[in-house]
Write a protein that binds this ligand. Structure first.
Ligand SMILES: [Zn+2]
Length: 304
């Protein structure tokens, strides 16, 4: 063991001690960086969803190391925290969360760290929903670019606070990214203004903020609670809404239960369209804008 490694171990010892009762698994996260002294190391930022990862990549540039906690095939509704994940959380300098109850596992990490407070006290947790007017505790705030802009500002403020050396880089990157998000917002609102149909039915209540901010109306939602099968009574009320409002299309998602969607579509003669909730993926820096433009195209095909 080198001298450098000993130094860094004293820094991370608090978090390691937390998990020492767990099986000592090899760290597959590629974080060989922890063997370097903290002072010369890049800021380590951990995000909890794919959109937050994409936002943070744009702000951090090369100045910070950004990692997403969720593997690309796992969405935030089906995520459960392993001991290795918990170690990633306590090893990070900044944890970027969505908020609005999406990270239900976070309390567990903080509770288990209670005995070893220093690891959690060193961690800056950014709740990116701060300043966003939320609806019915709906966590899908990122699906409106107007909310995304607020999230980006929250992330940028936190990175600047945690790593003031790179303040100018984070501020300039955030401003450049916000200009792109403003362009995306204008593009969506200019497009939707021209549509005659504004009502839609979705599989899960993900597009409520998008609808609110761009003048669409989410008339009904099939699965109101993630991972919970809708009741026959709820399905009956959705059918009633579809008939009474003359809705002709239904939006599904890659993770949706296709049995319910296809039987509704057959019974009511609806066309099925697929939206991306941006809950899964392996995002790069332009991923958010690309996926939102793809969603706009799907809405356009169905509603224009
Ligand atoms: Zn969702």
């Amino acid at each position: 063991m080198t001298f450098k490694r000993l130094i860094s171990l004293t820094v991370v010892v608090a978090s390691l001690a937390l998990w020492s009762c767990q099986k000592n698994e090899p760290d597959s996260s590629g974080k060989a960086d922890i063997s370097r002294p903290l002072a010369s190391d890049k800021l380590r930022v951990l995000t909890t969803t794919a959109p937050l990862y994409s936002f943070t990549l744009n702000i951090a540039g090369d100045a910070a190391h950004v990692e997403n906690l969720l593997p690309s095939g796992t969405g935030p509704h089906d995520f459960s925290l392993s001991p290795l994940d918990a170690k990633k959380v306590t090893d990070a300098h900044v944890l970027v969360i969505n908020g609005v109850g999406l990270e239900s596992w976070l309390d567990k990490v903080i509770d288990s760290a209670g005995a070893q407070k220093s690891a959690v006290e060193m961690l800056v947790i950014v709740d990116t929903s701060n300043g966003i007017g939320t609806m019915n505790r709906d966590p899908h705030i990122w699906l409106s670019p107007l909310n995304a802009i607020i999230q980006v500002r929250n992330i940028s403020d936190a990175l600047i606070k945690a790593d003031p050396r790179n303040r100018d880089i984070y501020a300039a990157n955030a401003e450049a990214y916000i200009i792109r998000l403003n362009n995306l917002d204008r593009e969506i609102s200019d497009e939707i203004k021209t549509w005659s149909k504004k009502k839609f039915v979705a599989f899960h209540s993900a597009f409520g903020y998008f609808a609110r901010d761009y003048g669409l109306h989410q008339a009904a939602v099939i699965q109101e609670t993630p991972e919970t099968e809708p009741s026959p009574r709820h399905i009956a009320s959705v059918i009633k809404t579809i008939r009474s409002k003359g809705i002709k299309s239904i939006f599904t998602e890659t993770r949706a239960s296709h049995k319910i969607i296809s039987s509704l579509a057959n019974d009511l003669g609806l066309k099925v369209y697929s939206l991306d909730t941006l809950e899964k993926g392996e995002p790069g820096s332009e991923w958010y804008e690309e996926r939102m433009r793809a969603n706009l195209a799907v809405f356009k095909e169905a509603l224009k």
